[in-house]
Design a protein around this ligand. Sequence first.
Ligand SMILES: Cc1cc2nc3c(=O)[nH]c(=O)nc-3n(C[C@H](O)[C@H](O)[C@H](O)COP(=O)(O)OP(=O)(O)OC[C@H]3O[C@@H](n4cnc5c(N)ncnc54)[C@H](O)[C@@H]3O)c2cc1C
Length: 395
Amino acid sequence: MTATLTHSVGIPDSEYRALRDRIFEAIWSELDPLEQQIEDAEQVPHDIVMPILDRIGALGLLVPREYGGSGLSIAQYLPIIAEFAKVQGGLRVIVHVHNSFAHALSEIGSDRQKADVLPSTATGRNSVAFALTEPGFGTGADLGSTAVREGGDYILNGEKWLITNSDIASHFIVFAKTTATDVSAFLVPRETDGLSIAALPETMGCKGTEHGRVTLDSVRVPATALVGVEGQGNEHLERALEISRVFIAASSLGTSERALELSIAHAKSRVTFGKPIGTRQAIQRYLAEMATDVYALRGILADAAQKWDAGERIPAEASMCKLFGLEAVGRVTDRALLIHGGIGYTRAHPIERLYRDARLNWLEEGTPTIQYLVTAGRLLDGYAFSDAFETSRTN
Ligand SMILES: Cc1cc2nc3c(=O)[nH]c(=O)nc-3n(C[C@H](O)[C@H](O)[C@H](O)COP(=O)(O)OP(=O)(O)OC[C@H]3O[C@@H](n4cnc5c(N)ncnc54)[C@H](O)[C@@H]3O)c2cc1C
């Protein structure tokens, strides 16, 4: 049985500010000092990081309060995931996937799945990963994995790869075909017989997080493992990815904000020909363009969050946020590198890492092409995204 779909209204402002300040403080005093270690070892030290994330409440941000989480609204969550993106991409990715797919389960999971998994997810004892992408097939509904009903069970077979948090996940939301055309979603515990996990090579940026290969070899799960309704996996997938695309755009915002801050500081301190480079019009133009991207991204994110929190679906808006976010963070990190000159290309400076981290935003939750297809498809179907000016006038 699927619970009613609702959007969280969030928590009182004073409580939110205390939580956010606590998390920001720990990000800069406890997690930022780990950056070099993570980049060098290409491994997030989970034994250090997860207890910190649990202590500051960063693992249950989108878990409803009745399941032991903080129950933040989307508008309250976005600044927090943006702040993680400033520090180190691998940490951001862990927190993003953990919260995003706990949120998905809280929206489309059965009451039993939520009761079984969410309370321990809020503390980091459990973590839900998202297993859609396959080596032999394409994006979304183009799946080779199958789930065949056998008595009261389903038998799953298939191959997934690039599955983030595959080293720490306790559960995978696995998408598989239940008929030649219908897709369904299943909540599969890591320890289930027939499920095996192998590491893939280290990534360009967002270092230290595992994005492994998950093989399903005659994995038997009970019918209660079905997430949502059989055959409606595509609808569930769209719902989960819709808001998760907004989270990726917020990550693009955090990376962009940090690159801009560092660039302003560098423009003031780097002196050539007797003057700070920030006095040169060419550098000023870069800074102004970067700030414009940051400002615009903040604006569309605030609009998307407000609509979602008010209970609206935002299929086109979410794809537009993700598309604009990845283009904006691309431009901002390009310009930040140019402002920093050669030293910015070395590991002496965080710009080099921000540049690499940003490139994952292209791929997570669908490539730019997929965002064009989703947005244009909606427009051609007659979808009209609501007018933010109208919304703000009537609120
Ligand atoms: C670090 C990392 C973490 C990831 N984490 C996860 C995760 O946790 N769970 C998960 O399920 N996936 C995850 N992914 C996978 C990610 O979502 C995909 O890589 C991404 O959506 C692109 O899909 P693909 O790799 O299959 O590329 P392809 O589908 O092979 O695409 C290659 C190119 O072809 C284009 N293309 C493909 N099909 C079409 C089409 N029909 N029309 C037009 N153009 C098309 C694409 O836009 C792209 O430019 C992760 C990827 C990375 C790199």
